[in-house]
Design a protein around this ligand. Sequence first.
Ligand code: AMP
Length: 184
Amino acid sequence: MNIILFGPPGAGKGTQAEKLVSHFNIPHLSTGNIFRANIKKQTPLGKKVKAILDDGNLVPDETVVAIVADELQKDEYINGVVLDGFPRTVAQAKALDHFFSGNGSGIDAFVTLSVPEEELISRILSRGQGRSDDTPEKIKTRLKVYRNETEPVLNHYKKQGLVKEIDGVGSIGEIFDRILDALN
Ligand code: AMP
């Protein structure tokens, strides 16, 4: 089963992805986590993307697509994946569609979490993960990038009839139950 978790920064993608991973026993693939791990280890990739993440901008499509394609080829993804933070542009979505059609699989559900903007900002500011991009100024940039570059991905998958829109306000458990209902 291939599930995409989509939504603006602060919508709870990472939290709900973890719950889906344990529920369905399929691996989690978060491009943001991959970048942060590489930055921490100061790998060449980490050095290349650090300033981009710090500014709240997007890593170039070709870099992200190459990482995801490489990763998804591994045996551990044979039964599917919970993608979190990817695709974030229409070009990435098209590359992902192409990848899945090439291996005879496809996206089973595209779950988008809707949360009002004021709540997104207060959640990010209070989550206290010490992320360098969790400052008021960077959050503004990330929301702008989301609206301009990422939101069109929603339409791309609406056209394919895959979008499950979930109210992302409530407790973690309530939101997870809504997701499971939508997937059934
Ligand atoms: P996230 O943890 O999903 O909020 O991602 C943190 C940051 O990593 C983003 O603000 C981007 O700078 C970068 N990033 C993560 N996923 C992608 C992606 N699919 N395309 C481009 N940049 C990404």
